[in-house]
Write a new protein. Structure first.
Length: 367
């Protein structure tokens, strides 16, 4: 368990430090006793190949002229959407956490699969690893819940009259997630992280990162748009509609997996005190702000990269997700032993319902 460098000097309390030490030891003992690596296994390698195949095989068939009918073009876009979301959930996510391999170069290489599908690994690692994982559900620190104007995802954000409808319209906005990252947010974020010092504090060469961002954006738009325009009989606007549809479906899938893990009934939204100190230690903070869901469904866990075991992921982000099911009992029993919560929704649909109810509650005018 670790907390990464942030631009503010927010600290955590010292509560239940014995819980952290005990849990770390027990999870460590599990891997030692069973002779299991914390990183990817053969199942993970097969999954990686499968997710990339779902994305690139339909693309190749379209370029080759094998897929020409409208119905099969629609099916191809749908499969590519599932592959795109799957790469985000199950492949690049582990790699950019350093959990895919014990080899740094391999994690970096696979982590760049995010760039290959239109986003940017550097920006993602700062927003996700540094801000979200370190300061989960903390207002103005965790960018996943930061004020977005149209959505109110924390009780500490300003309320606007239209938020009372967000439990309805939020679902339609979720699909825009990867589109916004692809064409807008990556550029805004790299400027922001340079200006606020986060890039420098995390040992980034900003010129190098700008070069990677621009180069990989050019590569992405070339292969996803320009090449199909040049080599297929499809009109440019048909290709554009296909790309936007693919990203909208993938963005929606990603959002409905990530949102219920933290923005759901029962999770907390702690605030630091006047000295920028949070009440609990980091591990306890993760338990209070995170919820599991649908843990009994193996196929669901397989596709979403174990992110339905969100508690285990937040406590041990450097462990590959293929191990979360095995260490979940250790985490749950240790939390119960120390009188700490272990929050879990029985099914994925229960989690979505809990998320919807909280959206509605947060949309009501504060008293």
């Amino acid at each position: 368990m670790s907390v990464l460098t942030h631009q503010k000097n927010i600290t955590f309390g010292s509560t239940k430090r014995d819980f952290t030490a005990t849990l770390n030891k027990r999870v460590g003992d599990y891997f030692k006793t069973n002779g299991v690596t914390r990183h990817a296994d053969s199942e993970m390698v097969i999954k990686t190949i499968f997710m990339f195949a779902m994305y690139f095989v339909p693309y190749g068939l379209i370029l080759a002229g094998v897929v020409t009918s409208t119905i099969w073009l629609i099916v191809s876009v749908l499969i590519m959407s599932l592959g795109l979301a799957g790469i985000g959930l199950s492949v690049m996510h582990d790699a950019n956490h350093g959990a895919y391999s014990n080899k740094k170069w391999l994690n970096t290489l696979i982590g760049y699969s995010l760039n290959l599908v239109g986003a940017n690994a550097f920006n993602w690692k700062i927003q996700h690893n540094v801000l979200h994982h370190s300061y989960t559900n903390v207002h103005e620190e965790d960018e996943d819940i930061s004020p977005r104007g149209v959505l109110r995802l924390t009780p500490h954000s300003d309320w606007k009259w239209f938020h009372k409808y967000q439990f309805i319209y939020a679902w339609f906005l979720y699909g825009l997630m990867t589109i916004v990252w692809m064409v807008f947010k990556d550029f805004v974020r790299i400027v922001k992280y340079h200006q606020n010092g986060l890039a420098e504090k995390n040992n980034a060469n900003i010129v190098h990162e700008w070069m990677i961002l621009i180069f990989t954006k050019v590569v992405y738009f070339t292969y996803i748009f320009l090449i199909p325009v040049l080599v297929t009989p499809l009109a440019w606007w048909q290709i554009l509609i296909g790309i936007l549809t693919m990203h909208y479906i993938a963005g929606f899938l990603l959002a409905i997996i990530f949102q219920p893990a933290h923005v759901i009934e029962g999770t907390e939204f702690p605030l630091p005190d006047a000295n920028d100190k949070l009440e609990n230690n980091w591990a306890v903070h993760q338990l209070l702000t995170t919820t599991n869901f649908g843990n009994k469904s193996r196929w669901f866990s397989w596709y979403v990269g174990g992110l339905n075991f969100q508690i285990e992921h937040h406590l041990f982000p450097n462990i590959c997700h293929v191990h979360y099911r095995k260490i979940a009992d250790i985490v749950k029993s240790t939390a119960n032993e120390f009188g700490l919560p272990y929050k879990s929704a029985r099914t994925f649909m229960d989690a979505l319902a809990g998320h919807a109810r909280l959206l509605k509650q947060l949309g009501m005018r504060p008293a």
